[in-house]
Design a protein around this ligand. Sequence first.
Ligand SMILES: C[S@@+](CC[C@H](N)C(=O)[O-])C[C@H]1O[C@@H](n2cnc3c(N)ncnc32)[C@H](O)[C@@H]1O
Length: 345
Amino acid sequence: MITEFSFANKLLQVAKGLATYVVPTNWYLSRSGRGGSTNDAGYCYCVWLRHLRTLEKFGWNPVQKKICELGPGNSIGVGIAALLSGAESYTGLDAVPYSTVEQKAQITKIINDLTLLFQKRAPIPQPEQYPQIVPQLEDYSFPSWILAEVDSLANLTATKTSLIEGLDGPERNPRLKYLAPYQHIDLSGYSRSYDAIFSQAVFEHIGNPTQTYHLIFDLLKPGGLSWHVIDFRSHGLSADWNGHWTYPEWLWSLVVGHRQFFLNRIPLSAHLALATQAGFEVEGVMTYAEGEHQTLAKKSRLNPTQFAKPFDRMSREDASTVSGMIFLKKPAAEGETETSHCGLN
Ligand SMILES: C[S@@+](CC[C@H](N)C(=O)[O-])C[C@H]1O[C@@H](n2cnc3c(N)ncnc32)[C@H](O)[C@@H]1O
């Protein structure tokens, strides 16, 4: 039964892949892989504060940090939340320009909405509200230490005002930069300039993750921290969360079709290996296993013996990891001072 269904489903996915050669790419971008929304302050607040909570164990705080996000999509509010919690600057680097100057009204609204959530010290949204978001937490209360660090309400209002005043388009604001598509921009001037680089639901889509881990390594200051939430699920391609690993390479290339980015199907251990090869030290890994968090994925009916090569040789841990958050550190070069407050010594 599963076999018949999965055969029909594979044909459907191949047909969709082939359609990408005739339907404009923008049509797909407007419908898939976009995460949250510029209008959804709750999503952006949820993502940023959940990240901050998980970073507590490293003693890391965002105050006066230069922060960069890879692949903000249309959730630039995550970066605005970082600024409201004391970051000195935020740069969003995306392969696709989702945020545009024309969105000034929307971005102003999200700045206002996010400021209100911080002012109210609203609790972090729970899985009932955003069931798919990782990390999930034990404690969803507002992390009051953030506002203590940024000198509370006065600073929030000042930050809000300066962000709105600087909004001739996010790329014109010195504290809020947005570079997309960054592959067409010379980033050599940004080398060793960020205290932290993070991403949410991006690394599973990146076509050349080797190059990207090297890029973020280069952009980070020595001692800088990088963390990434990676979603290993099939993104709706199959009834079971791990069905994408059953496609042989030749069939998968038809499914991908002409799409600029899709799913790279790389499991957790391969990400850690690539990050290590780029020079990172792995400081921590949080994993979410199938069946453990019902909102993320039920236990699959497929097992690795049904996966295509080379996925059939996957470790048991990789094969059951639905989602993960990895914490990487760029070592401080010999004789150099670490970036301040990294807290990872
Ligand atoms: C699923 S969306 C996630 C968006 C956002 N982080 C969120 O949580 O809503 C994936 C994002 O990754 C971006 N992306 C894909 N390939 C990329 C690359 N090589 N470098 C940077 N961003 C990339 C896409 O343009 C898109 O914005």
